[in-house]
Design a protein around this ligand. Structure first.
Ligand code: 5GP
Ligand code: ZN
Length: 113
């Protein structure tokens, strides 16, 4: 997708600090961390947000969550972590390419809205 920052990261046009990569999923450190550990897990194929998930494309979402569990284990986040996906303007989604934030490495405040 043209002018999508995360598609450019997938294409290697914008550098990123990668944590994991395979054919369909990429994980990299957030450039502006909101917690001690802040990683983004994205499908390589452009999907706008959670609202664009369908029976036809949901397999990659399940795979994203498998990778989230794998990364949490590898980074020893056994004391807990949070997975967040902002969907749409009211939620503050600033990059319109589906992504899951992994937040951890510290005690997180309980702020849901
Ligand atoms: P959102 O606000 O859409 O839920 O999250 C987008 C996230 O992407 C933000 O936490 C922001 O810091 C991160 N981000 C935006 N541009 C870049 C970039 O070029 N590289 C990396 N690594 N993260 C980015
Ligand atoms: Zn994209």
């Amino acid at each position: 997708m043209e002018n999508c920052i995360f598609c450019k990261i997938v294409a290697g046009e914008i550098p990123s600090n990668k944590v994991y990569e395979d054919d369909t999923v990429l994980a990299f450190y957030d450039v502006n961390p909101m917690a001690q550990v802040h990683i983004l897990v994205i499908p390589k194929a452009h999907l706008e947000s959670v609202a664009a998930i369908t029976p036809e494309n949901s397999r990659v979402v399940a795979h994203c969550f498998e990778i989230i569990a794998k990364i949490a284990k590898e980074l020893k986040l056994e004391e807990g972590f949070r997975v967040v996906s902002n969907c749409g303007d009211n939620a503050g989604q600033s990059v319109k390419h589906l992504h899951f934030h992994i937040l951890g490495g510290q005690k997180l405040r309980l702020e849901l809205c």
